[in-house]
Design a protein around this ligand. Structure first.
Ligand code: SF4
Length: 479
C-alpha cells in the first residue's frame, strides 16, 4: 500500500532490496520469538507451515486438512483468496466458527497492524470460513514479572473484527489496484519523497535513492518530509540550493549556511560561557541499555530499559590522555545491582559527568534510583553532576558543514574528529549494541561469546573517547 514501485520490486526484483540492518533483523527475530511464545495462550496446536514453508501451496492444503480433520488450534494457518496469500498466527475453533489472532511484539497496535489484520479477515472470510473473532494480541506494558512468566498477563487482546468488516469493500478495491500495479509492463516510475518513509522506511531506498546528491534536501534538519518533498519536486536538490528563510528550523539554517561557506560556524561567546561551566577533572560517560520485549527478570516489565554496560573516560587536568574505566554485565543475569555498584564506585567524587544527549543517561539513572531506593541518594548525587556535551550542537553554538545538520554523536564525531570513526567497528550504533547483548545469553560458543563482549566494550569505549576528543575541539574553538 505504501508504493506501487515497492510492491513491483518486491515481487519481481527482490535482489534490489536493501540488506537488513542488524536492528531491523533483531526486531524481526523478536517478532518471531514473541509469536511463538503467544502460542502458549492456545496450546496444543499444529503449525500448518511446518516442513513446507509459508509460501507453499502445501501450507494452504495442510490448513484445509487440519480444519476438516477437526483440529482445534492451528498456527500459521495459510489461506489464499483472489491470489492473495495470508498466514494467520493463531486460529482457534469456536463451535462452527473460528477465532483469528495476529500477534504483535509491541506494546501498542498501529493502523498498519489493523490494516494487516483486516486483509487477513478479507482473505479468510473470502475462502468461506466463518470467523467469529479477529483480534490483535500484543504485549501488556503494565505486566511486572514475578518469578515464573505469566503468559496470560503478559499479553493483551484487542478485537479488530468491526474494523475489518468495515474495510471489506476498500480491501477489494485495493487488491484490484495492486494487481494492476503488478501487471505493469515495467518498473513503475514513482518519484522519491515522503512516501519512502511513511509508515516505514522503504526497503528499496538503496535502489531508488542512488541518483540523489549527497547530501540532499531530504537531509535538511528539522524539516518535515512533506516540505523536503516540495523542495525536491521544485528542482531544489541540495541544501546549498535552498533559499534560507526565517521560518526554517534554526538547525536547517545553520546547515545551509555552513554548507555554503564550507566553514564551521562558532558562536564563540556562548561556547565560552558553556565551556567555563565545565572546569576541573571531567568524567565522560555513556550508558548502554537493552530492552527485552518479554521480561527476563523478576521485578521488570516488558521493554523496560535495563542498563548493561557503561564506558567512562576520565580527563584529569594537566594529563594528556584520559583514563578509561568500564563495565559490562554478564549476559543472562539481571545486570542492575552490579551495574549500580560498579557505576557508583567508578564515579565517586565531585567531578562533573558529561554525557552526549543526557536524556537517556538521566532516565536510566532515575529509573535505577526508583527501583533500588537503597542507592537513590548516591545516584541522585551523580544525577546532580550530570552535564550535556550535546548542548553546544543542539543550541547551534557550533556547527561544522560535515555534520550536515545532524547533532547525533555518530555524525558529529567524523565531522570534528575525522581520524576517529565508528565505521571500522563491528558494532556501529546503540541499537546494534542492544541487539547483540540481548541475544548474547543464548551464545553457547565461549569464544564467540567473548568476541561479542569485546566488540561491545570497544563500541562503548569509542563513544566516550569520541566525547573527549569532541570536547577538545570545542575547547579550541572557544579560545
Ligand atoms: S524507495 Fe520510495 S519510490 Fe522507491 S519503492 Fe520505496 S517508497 Fe517507492
Amino acid at each position: 500500500m505504501q508504493c506501487s514501485k515497492a510492491l513491483f520490486l518486491y515481487r519481481y526484483y527482490p535482489q534490489y532490496r536493501d540488506p537488513l540492518p542488524p536492528s531491523r533483523q533483531a526486531a524481526l527475530n523478536r517478532g518471531h520469538d514473541v509469536g511463538v511464545l503467544a502460542r502458549q495462550l492456545y496450546p496444543g496446536g499444529t503449525d500448518a507451515t511446518l516442513g513446507s514453508g509459508p509460501r507453499s501451496a502445501e501450507a494452504v492444503e495442510r490448513t484445509k486438512q487440519l480444519i476438516t480433520s477437526g483440529a482445534e488450534v492451528i498456527y500459521e494457518a495459510a489461506f489464499v483468496y483472489q491470489d492473495v496469500l495470508v498466514l494467520a498466527d493463531i486460529l482457534v475453533r469456536n463451535g462452527e466458527a473460528w477465532e483469528v489472532y495476529e500477534v504483535k511484539s509491541s506494546l501498542r497496535t498501529s493502523l498498519s497492524n489493523q490494516q494487516d489484520a483486516a486483509l487477513q479477515y478479507y482473505v479468510i472470510a473470502g475462502t468461506g470460513l466463518a470467523v467469529s473473532e479477529l483480534a490483535l494480541i500484543h504485549i501488556n506494558g503494565s505486566y511486572v514479572r514475578n518469578g515464573v512468566l505469566n503468559i496470560q498477563q503478559l499479553f493483551k487482546k484487542s478485537s479488530v473484527l468491526a474494523y475489518a468488516q468495515s474495510q471489506f469493500s476498500n480491501i477489494a478495491a485495493r487488491i484490484e489496484e495492486q494487481k494492476q500495479w503488478l501487471n505493469a509492463p515495467q518498473i513503475p516510475e514513482v518519484k522519491v519523497g515522503a512516501r519512502c518513509f511513511i509508515p516505514y522506511s522503504c526497503d528499496y531506498m538503496g535502489h531508488c535513492w542512488k541518483h540523489l546528491p549527497q547530501p540532499s534536501v531530504f537531509d535538511l534538519a528539522g524539516m518535515s518530509r512533506a516540505d523536503q518533498e516540495v523542495l525536491y519536486a521544485g528542482g531544489i536538490h541540495t541544501p546549498e540550493q535552498v533559499p534560507v528563510s526565517d521560518e526554517m528550523p534554526p538547525l536547517a539554517r545553520l546547515q545551509i549556511a555552513t554548507r555554503k561557506s564550507g566553514k564551521p560556524f562558532v558562536n564563540r561567546e556562548a561556547l565560552r560561557k558553556y565551556m567555563a561551566t565545565l572546569s576541573g577533572d571531567l568524567d565522560f560517560i555513556d550508558i548502554e541499555n537493552f530492552q527485552p520485549a518479554v521480561p527476563r527478570f523478576s521485578g521488570t516489565r516488558p521493554f523496560m530499559a535495563l542498563p548493561f554496560a557503561y564506558s567512562l573516560h576520565r580527563r584529569r587536568q594537566g594529563e594528556a590522555e584520559p583514563v578509561h574505566l568500564s563495565f559490562l554485565a554478564e549476559p543472562g543475569e539481571d545486570p542492575r545491582t552490579e551495574f549500580i555498584v560498579q557505576f557508583l564506585a567508578h564515579t565517586a567524587g565531585e567531578n562533573l559527568i558529561l554525557a552526549y544527549d543526557i536524556s537517556a543517561e538521566r532516565y536510566s539513572l532515575q529509573q535505577l534510583a526508583l527501583q533500588f531506593p537503597e542507592y537513590a541518594a548516591e545516584i541522585k548525587q551523580r544525577l546532580d553532576r550530570l552535564r550535556d556535551l550535546m548542548q553546544p550542537f543542539a543550541e547551534g553554538w557550533y556547527h561544522d558543514p560535515a555534520q550536515n545538520g545532524s547533532i547525533s554523536l555518530k555524525n558529529v564525531l567524523p565531522a570534528l574528529v575525522p581520524e576517529l570513526s565508528h565505521a571500522a567497528l563491528v558494532i556501529k550504533n546503540g541499537s546494534h549494541a542492544m541487539a547483540v547483548y540481548d541475544q548474547l545469553h543464548l551464545e553457547t560458543d565461549m569464544f564467540a561469546r567473548e568476541e561479542r563482549k569485546d566488540e561491545l566494550r570497544e563500541y562503548c569505549r569509542l563513544d566516550t573517547l569520541a566525547m573527549v576528543r569532541i570536547f577538545e575541539v570545542l575547547e579550541k574553538a572557544a579560545m
